[in-house]
Design a protein around this ligand. Sequence first.
Ligand SMILES: O=C(O)CCC(=O)C(=O)O
Ligand SMILES: [Fe+2]
Length: 367
Amino acid sequence: MISSGAANDDATDERWEFTNLHAIDMRREDDTEIARELIGQMETIGFLVLTQVPGYEEEVYLDACKALHELPASVKHDMFLQKDEPTHSNVYRGYQPFKPNDASHKEFFDQGFPVGPMDAQEAALPLYEDTPFPDAQELQWIKESFCKTQQAWFAAALRVLRLLALGLGKPAAFFDPWFEGATLTTLRTIHYAPRASGLVDSSQLGPEDLRLTTPEHADSGILTLLATFGYPGLQVYIDGEYRSVAPIRDTLVVNLGDLFARLTNYRLKATFHRVLDIGTERFSSPMFLEPKYSAAIPRGLMDSNRTSVDQDLPHDAPLFGDWLMRRMMASYAEWQGFVVPGGRKPFVEAIELADFANSIPGHDTSW
Ligand SMILES: O=C(O)CCC(=O)C(=O)O
Ligand SMILES: [Fe+2]
């Protein structure tokens, strides 16, 4: 259920016709009905919004995001990933700068979850590393706000996943083992600038690229929670056209990743979306809910009579972490320089991308 209407509360937004996504109040406790609504939205639009997320304080979090991205270039550089600063050891968590002639026009910071305590076998797998934050005492509030937000959103995301499991006819705890003891979930804060600000060279890009600051894509993993902090710009592909999502403060947009869509045999949708260059600075923050590295994701996981994701697994089931690396490098420009760590290369290369391709009508799956 969606409705459209021009926003009239912000004069700068008049040029867009906004679509309101279906909203679910997280204070509600009627789980069976919420599960029904979630499935209804995810089968059709693939997007909805959550309101009243417990423990989430958007005002402080937006201030913290702005403060992080406004730090001096040298402080941001100290948090760069190894692919952008070879003397650094962090390969997955940290700061990524604006890149010349990139279809995306953003700088962003990726935070992982606290690394320990984790069982030794899990901890030995790639991608688990501490997130570099600025050291200065007066900046600790930024980290505190990020961590608090991460906890609140993670709890909300797991609740949504349990409700989706229920709605799909599984026990609510069906997916829980994927998140026991560890998670590769990423909380990202993004700072967009208008292309016209000339921060990096855009001379190789075509006119369509120049209209956008994030090109069309579907998210890759399980599910995404997103704060747009009241900024316009997010567009979702609905009924054959891109529609602008109404920018509403204190809400979290939710959409599914294409791995999850595939697990449901595309009954649920991983919908394409993109971000327009709105001509001003823009901040947003997605959290990509990801299982732990060792979570197995065999074919037909949900077709069987399993009552839990870790029941009756084939011994050669692909691991989530291997799939994640394969998918990131195949699909997203910012991961092009990523080197698969440790002994995982053969496993990563064995992943058949076609096994995980999405099938949104009207879009090919050439990633
Ligand atoms: O910035 C936004 O509003 C959306 C960003 C997005 O879709 C993504 O990072 O996957
Ligand atoms: Fe996205």
